[in-house]
Design a protein around this ligand. Structure first.
Ligand code: COA
Length: 258
């Protein structure tokens, strides 16, 4: 395990942090591998309900390490999966929710990866930038598809073509992040949100995420899909616990469910 990534699991929350502040948390292959492993093992660990992905105080990440890029250019989609792809696949396919905590710079993949998180909170000094064209490179990890869908073509081009720097306010207005929290309160706030999510019915949280990630279909098809899942969940012990707790005027306890 790399000491450039810290991984900690408490109260159902696995917090993964980039930890290379002397290089602005620029991401090396060993860091992608370590983070991928934390996601992969967390997916099958019943003690992990929610993932948090963050950096160090005042710094999320300056993106891929540019020296590493030159030394070992990754070929995404090739047979020999590079660590960055392993990491992004682990993030993109996580069934458990992922919360991003962005304090300071989120450059390149630091912004791209937000497209694959469920919730993103940023401090007022966050800065988002995808300078791929400036580096004579192309967008990555489906961002040329997902940015225009999320932001609209014009705003997506501002990020992906001009490489503009977006502040937290702009990112929130565009729907790229969930909310802005003062820097000194960000980690505590995210942890509190993560613990709240970890205390909910894990089955229900996973279903909500899975449905939101299901590719586009007609509203009628989606209604039928949801209806089938809903009917199944009405029979679940987790629903039983939710209703029993309501009747007994207590908070539900979902801790025994995986
Ligand atoms: N890859 C490798 N090293 C990086 C890096 C990156 N993406 N970003 C920063 N660093 C290193 C710098 O080389 C420097 O190392 P040194 O102290 O050994 O010289 C150290 O981190 C501090 O960076 P510095 O540029 O001195 O800090 P700054 O506050 O002036 O600027 C940034 C910070 C992030 C704005 C600037 O470093 C930058 O633009 N980095 C490149 C971002 C980028 O293009 N990422 C790739 C996206 S695909």
């Amino acid at each position: 395990m790399s000491n450039l990534v810290s991984v900690e699991t408490t109260d159902g929350v696995r917090t993964i942090r980039w930890n290379r502040p002397e290089k602005k948390n620029a991401l090396l292959r060993e860091m992608y591998d370590a983070a991928a492993e934390a996601f992969e093992t967390g997916e099958t660990d019943a003690d992990v309900r929610v993932f948090v992905l963050g950096g160090t105080p005042g710094l999320f990440t300056a993106g891929n390490d540019l020296v590493d890029f030159m030394q070992a250019p990754p070929h995404i989609g090739s047979e020999d999966m590079p660590p960055v792809e392993r990491f992004m696949r682990a993030l993109m396919t996580a069934k458990k929710p992922v919360i991003a905590e962005v304090d300071g710079l989120a450059i390149g993949i630091g912004t791209t990866l937000l497209l694959h998180c469920d919730l993103s909170y940023a401090s007022e000094n966050a800065a988002f930038k995808t300078p791929f064209v400036d580096l004579a490179l192309a967008p990555e990890f489906a961002s040329s598809l997902l940015f225009p869908t999320l932001l609209g073509r014009a705003a997506a081009s501002d990020l992906l073509m001009l490489g503009s720097v977006w502040d937290a306010k702009r990112a929130r207005e565009a729907g790229l992040i969930t909310d802005i929290v003062p820097s000194e309160k960000l980690a505590g706030f995210v942890n509190e949100r993560a613990r709240a999510l970890a205390a909910k019915s894990p089955g229900a949280v996973r279903q909500a995420k899975a449905l939101m990630m299901t590719p586009s279909e007609s509203a009628e098809d989606r209604m039928a899909r949801e209806g089938g899942i809903f009917a199944q969940m009405l029979q679940s012990p987790e629903f039983n616990e939710a209703v029993t707790a309501f009747m007994e005027r207590r908070a539900p306890d979902f801790s025994r469910f995986g």
